[in-house]
Design a protein around this ligand. Structure first.
Ligand code: PEP
Ligand code: MN
Length: 333
């Protein structure tokens, strides 16, 4: 349920209303806009007398939120959320490009790529240390050492880092990581989501391989329900009958999510297409349809990459993509 307060409601009126609502056994989430305050009520709202609240002098309207996702719902928080990742802002007009290799492979590799993507305008460095591979016989990532190398690359370039977690027991290793990624395969690992919800770390939540937008938002809700509201959503393609691309990029998720949620939405054209030459057109399309950013796999030697070489673009190609994306952003301003 949401209650929109009238402009001019004083802080003491607000506080006494919130106190009273809390005494009715609901949690109250406050969203302060420029001209309005929205109170989001979560919990057992069935016994709350809507008419009584609507009749209060300070209340302009009361509505039930029918969707099962509450805290990530735009009705609860009409303004775009802006997520701050160690000084890099994402959302609310702040566009963020995350770039780097699928996997951290060596000190030289990650530092060289970090320097080149930074020079082309990337604002976050990505790189997998714990890799969710389909085959247990494939390269599983450098694990803890991979995180150490990402931190070295961060020191060298100043770029904050984003890397994937697969097991909540690994959380101590992520202490200095700026943003924690939940990969597509773990989007519905609810115990992991709950543990991440207890932290304050920015979370990059990727859409599952075959999950609906509603399920995607329910996963964000799992994290938020534990207190962590620092979430960026990432559409990375869904599985369809198509075989020319690795997945099918659901770009319509951008306007749909924009309407349903206040959380920022970015696009990963690398995992979505699986083909390096398709990354540029889809990155441009993502910028054109209003995404808040991109995640792009960049490798200095794609032919010899230990993971996802076919979809990795070179640093030179990334420079060109970044330039084209900027041009598109200028056009749609
Ligand atoms: C990744 O970003 O390296 C990754 C494994 O992506 P996804 O979870 O989208 O497949
Ligand atoms: Mn990858």
């Amino acid at each position: 349920m949401i209650a929109v307060l009238k402009p001019g409601t004083t802080p003491s009126q607000k506080n006494s209303l919130i106190k009273w609502l809390e005494s009715q056994n609901v949690e109250v989430h406050i969203s302060e806009g420029k001209d309005y305050t929205v109170l989001g009520l979560v919990g057992d709202t069935a016994n709350i007398d809507m008419d009584l609240i609507a009749s209060l002098e300070t209340v302009s309207s009361v509505k039930r939120v029918s969707e099962p996702f509450k805290q990530c719902n735009r009705k609860f928080h009409p303004d775009d959320s802006v997520i701050d990742v160690s000084g890099v802002k994402i959302g609310g007009g702040n566009f963020c490009t995350m770039a780097g290799p699928c996997s951290v492979e060596s000190r030289e590799q990650i530092i060289e790529i970090a320097k080149s993507v930074k020079a082309s305008g990337a604002s976050l460095l990505r790189g997998g240390a714990f890799k969710p591979r389909t085959s247990p016989y494939d390269f599983q990532g450098m694990r803890a050492e991979g995180i150490e190398l990402l931190l070295e690359a961060k020191k060298e370039t100043g770029l904050p880092i984003v890397t994937e977690i697969m097991n909540a027991n690994h959380l101590p290793l992520f202490e200095e990581v700026d943003m924690i990624q939940v990969g597509a395969r773990n989007m519905q690992n609810f115990e992991l989501l709950k543990e991440l919800g207890k932290t304050k770390k920015p979370i990059l939540l990727k859409r599952g391989l075959a999950n609906t937008i509603k399920e995607f938002l329910m996963s964000a809700e799992y994290i938020m329900s534990e207190g962590n509201t620092n979430i960026v959503l990432c559409e990375r393609g869904v599985r369809t009958f198509e075989t020319y691309t690795r997945n099918t990029l659901d770009l319509s998720a951008v306007p749909v999510l924009r309407e349903l949620t206040h959380l920022p939405v970015i696009i990963d054209p690398s995992h979505a297409t699986g083909v390096a030459k398709y990354v540029k057109p889809m990155a441009m399309a993502a910028a054109a349809c209003g995404a808040d950013g991109l995640m792009i796999e960049v490798h200095n030697d794609p032919m010899h990459a230990l993971c996802d070489g076919a979809q990795s673009i070179t640093p030179e190609a990334f420079a060109e993509v970044a330039k084209k994306v900027n041009e598109i952003r200028e056009v749609i301003k």
